[in-house]
Design a protein around this ligand. Sequence first.
Ligand SMILES: [Zn+2]
Length: 339
Amino acid sequence: MTWYEDLPKIELHVHLEGAIPHKALFELIRKYGGDPSVPNTAALKKRFEYRNFSQFIETWSWKNQFLRNYEDFIYSAMLTARDMAKQNIRYAELFFSPSLFVRHGLEVQYITQSIREGVSQVPGIEIRLIADLVRDYGPESEMRTLKALNEVKNFGIIGIGLGGSEHEYPPAPFEPLFREARKMGFFTNAHAGEAAGPQSVWETIRKLRVQRIGHGTNVYKDPKLMDYIAEKKIPLELCPMSNVRTGAVTSIQEHPIRKYFERGLIISVNTDDPKMFNTSLADEYRMLVEECGFSKKDVCQLILQGIKSSWMWEGRKDYLIYQFQQESSWKSIMGDERI
Ligand SMILES: [Zn+2]
């Protein structure tokens, strides 16, 4: 194991549907008669290369057709959690997008129950769920999903997010839905500033009043927005390699993460859809050190920022930080230093 793999980590922006290990996904494809475009796992890996964001969204939908019944959710959730635990990810807030599957006859409640059943079988990692609503389906349809989610909160759903085609569907029409979600006691975040510019982030903050921004890759293009986010301490869930793979940034060296770090924004590092971007959380941190001017000490600092921007209760955060500081991989860089 490399230092990056060994290091205890947490993740706040990762989608179950994009984190299913290739072998498991290939098994699902085979279960449903196979697909001539992917005769083996190597071809599947190749299929997950994109020219732009639209092509990524298209491939995302293609892959989802192989999650057809509740057993598929138990199976993929269990193998995804196992894969995360193997990389020493101790805590994750995991997105899932029930609306995609409701359209194909499944029910929100049983999807949620199945995912919980799958992840519960894996020791060593605590997983909480964020239901990611889909912009493309419109606020009315997503309000129905929200109401169904509220009934099964006790399966560990702590938050509501908003994903899909940001460049085509602005956030404002979802204002009443987010108000309702807050009333129900959910935390909220939304993808913004990834496939659209700073205006989309402003609108997300003002209309949806989210507690975290997913991505925020284009925030730096508006200095006033940078100042606002710094002042209000709104955490950004950054996903560097995802942005490279979908073309949101031209290369990892061009990613604004270093700018944000130096400006003192609260940021976390995440993989988004690791298996669809051929990345891992360990790889993300390694890239930051090798390509973006971060030190290993900075990496520990980033992990602490992630814990602080998570939706755990405060005592739980302190305990997790304490646990991380006891690990030899952590101590080898930080010694007994407490940040
Ligand atoms: Zn995402």
